[in-house]
Write a protein that binds this ligand. Sequence first.
Ligand SMILES: CC(C)(COP(=O)(O)OP(=O)(O)OC[C@H]1O[C@@H](n2cnc3c(N)ncnc32)[C@H](O)[C@@H]1OP(=O)(O)O)[C@@H](O)C(=O)NCCC(=O)NCCS
Length: 339
Amino acid sequence: MSTSELPTRRAAITSLGLYVPDRVVTNADLEKRVNTSDQWIRTRTGICERRYVEPGTPTSELATRAARECLERRGIGASELDLIVVATVTPDMLFPATACIIQDKIKATRAWGFDISAACSGFVYALTTGAQFIQAGTHRKVLVIGADVMTSILDWTDRTTCVLFGDGAGAVLLEPSPDDTGLLAFAHEVDGSGGCYLNMLGGGSLHPTTHETVDQKLHFIRQDGQHVFKYAVRKFADSSAALLESNGISFEDLDLLVPHQANVRIIDAARDRLGLPDEKVVKNISRYGNTTAATIPLALGTALDEGRLQRGHLVLMAAVGAGFTVGTALVRWTGFPWK
Ligand SMILES: CC(C)(COP(=O)(O)OP(=O)(O)OC[C@H]1O[C@@H](n2cnc3c(N)ncnc32)[C@H](O)[C@@H]1OP(=O)(O)O)[C@@H](O)C(=O)NCCC(=O)NCCS
């Protein structure tokens, strides 16, 4: 585990842009496609609907829309960006990196960039990675994107998995903080022994794509849902508590928990373990499902829309994902001129 306190030149989140596809897919729609029911999905996951792209729409397309909104709201051009960090498990292709594709699409002519593969923890990993360049003083404008087209890797014969996911993207801009707001601390963990419980095996050097790997459905996401569920509940709670404790902050001081949205039962179980009141926890999984790297920026957007996220608020982002990966980030919210 690595924990870091960032006393100087904090990275502030100075803008946010979001994009979800227009196409709303309800549980009733899924009933027509899979042997499932609205009642099962609602009660077991908390999901009512999710957004799907039109088939063939790449992750970079969603990310580009989120990036443009983020920059427009801040009132800057893409040419002012120094770096683009993209978290995704559904890159447009194995290479070039989706960050390069986005850099070209938005014409971020001065920026370099790279992708991060940390699944559902991807956004927190990308956020804390991007923040290092601000903290070091070498970069002034870093665009951090979480984006996934999960429908591109869903197995429609696996009803335990296909009902959970949706497509979406979110982008935040990091800049040197003008004051004491910004990223205060973070912690990350990896437990690679958990890789067998949630993965997509095909298409890499271990199982290069062949007719056989396609017949075996290795190009789809697969998971042991119950194992992931138990690990996630424990890690959400333990890692959140550990980060606050190591920074001398109590849960009473916390204004908002922004958790990765995988299953409302995971979020509620973690909330109960931490003893947090429901009004301090952001939930929007009912509308979007699990959008993997996009859930946390989408949840930040929901909190802003609901008036629950204001300048000076102490915000904890927490995520658990394939790997297993774990990420927590504690932020003193800087606020946006437009919100
Ligand atoms: C996948 C998940 C929703 C399943 O919920 P669960 O309560 O563990 O359900 P189970 O797997 O025990 O299945 C219970 C029953 O529901 C059935 N079922 C599974 N999916 C179903 C669906 N979509 N519709 C209807 N029934 C379904 C199962 O077949 C099983 O039936 P059985 O008892 O006759 O065998 C849950 O385990 C989960 O959310 N895990 C975490 C997954 C995750 O978040 N992954 C992303 C990583 S961040």
